[in-house]
Design a protein around this ligand. Structure first.
Ligand code: HEM
Ligand SMILES: Cc1cc2nc3c(=O)[nH]c(=O)nc-3n(C[C@H](O)[C@H](O)[C@H](O)COP(=O)(O)O)c2cc1C
Length: 334
């Protein structure tokens, strides 16, 4: 991220206002006037960045990141036409770097200074490193990773016989749909009368009672593909009091890379459901695809089932201790 700040591969994007507007009380832009946004100037603006020219990866520690102006960093563009590959590119970069560093050692024997070559994107010119295969003794060995889930308790036993459970998802790439399916499967096994559907389908079939679990993502602040009509419904307002007998749990998926619109759609869903009279069962879950997404989602689901277990307790006289335990073994364990 710090590399993208100082050496944004796309040095400029162009935007034009849909309607005439004034920026900062000073610059009048008529409808359709093209404005070029220069990444170099923005990413090194002294009002937004402390020691702007200095390469400092600590800027991106979570506690420092939250201090940044939400519009001071745009290597992936802006708004609804921002880069669709952002999440993929950053994941790929991490993976590539980890794999390469695992196998090779690099040295910069000529003290390389940046020489920008600019075509469609910017890249370093004549950049050469000496590469050596990493030997076993050159690896840093940390203590054996202990990634046990820590959750060795028996799964909370829930019996939902006679209770309707609607599980709805807003998902374009499938992670929220997967999570919703996991919840619905468990609901089904626990005896709930379970229905799984997209949020758009939910909009056509709003429940009048029972439990509603929603798992939803955001895309540049907008709803995912299969939840756009539901978002329109939220904008006009769900009928007041229509969900007075419905209790809900909401898990939002998002990515802190999208600073200004992080968790935007789940937040709108929560407001809409509350305004229609629904009662929350647990706090809104917040899973961050730039962090421990699976861990957070799993913990939220554990809390959900534990809370439901208090109300819909199953006869546990037959239960026999932990049903599962997940442990990741390191090479030396094997
Ligand atoms: C570090 C890597 C990348 C950077 C810095 C980057 C940067 C950008 C920027 C600045 C824009 C907006 C252009 C504008 O507003 O005129 C953009 C758009 C786009 N990018 Fe990327 N990108 C990267 C990687 C990727 C990857 C890996 C993909 C595909 C897998 C991708 C696909 C796209 C697409 C399809 C758009 C157009 C989106 C639209 O107009 O709705 N990008 N990118
Ligand atoms: C193009 C794109 C735009 C995104 N925009 C946002 C956003 O505005 N706010 C946010 O919190 N997350 C955003 N995300 C992150 C997704 O919401 C997150 O990856 C989520 O897990 C995707 O869920 P899905 O696989 O169910 O579609 C975006 C991801 C992509 C690929």
């Amino acid at each position: 991220e710090e590399t993208l700040r100082l050496w944004a591969p796309i040095p400029m994007i162009a935007k034009a206002p849909i309607d005439g507007t004034v920026i900062g009380d000073r610059y009048e832009l008529k409808k359709g006037t093209r404005a070029n946004i220069l990444m170099g100037a923005l990413h090194c603006h002294p009002k937004a960045w402390d020691r702007p020219e200095e390469f400092d990866i600590d800027r991106w520690l979570p506690e420092n990141r939250v201090q940044q102006h939400p519009h001071a960093y745009k290597p992936f563009g802006n708004g609804v036409r921002a880069c669709i590959g952002r999440q993929f590119a950053l994941t790929e970069a991490r993976l590539a770097l980890a794999l390469v560093l695992q196998r090779f050692r690099f040295s910069d024997t000529t003290d390389y200074q940046m020489d920008v070559r600019e075509a469609l994107t910017r890249k370093p010119g004549d950049f050469q490193l000496v590469v050596r295969r990493r030997q076993e003794h050159q690896r840093t060995v940390f203590g054996a990773a202990d990634l046990r889930t820590g959750d060795t308790q028996a799964q909370a036993a829930v019996s939902g016989v006679g209770v309707n459970l609607t599980v709805a998802y807003g998902s374009s790439l499938g992670s929220c749909e997967d999570l919703a399916r996991t919840i619905a499967d468990r609901g089904e096994r626990s005896g709930f009368g379970t229905t799984l559907m997209s949020l758009d389908e939910l909009g056509d079939n709003l429940p009048t009672e029972g439990l509603l679990v929603v798992v939803a993502a955001s895309y540049n602040g907008k709803a995912p593909d299969n939840a756009q009509r539901f978002d329109d419904l939220l904008a006009t307002g769900l009928p007041q009091g229509s969900l007075a007998n419905v209790r809900f749990a909401l898990l939002g998926a998002g990515n802190t890379q999208w600073v200004a619109t992080y968790q935007a759609f789940p937040k709108r869903i929560e407001e809409g459901l509350l305004a229609a009279g629904a009662t929350p069962v647990v706090e809104r879950g917040i899973a961050d695809a730039a962090g421990d997404f699976d861990g957070t989602a799993t913990r939220w689901m554990d809390i959900l089932w534990a809370t439901l277990a208090e109300e819909y307790a199953a006869d546990t006289s037959q239960a026999s201790g932990p049903r599962y335990q997940v442990q990741l073994l390191t090479e030396s364990d094997v």
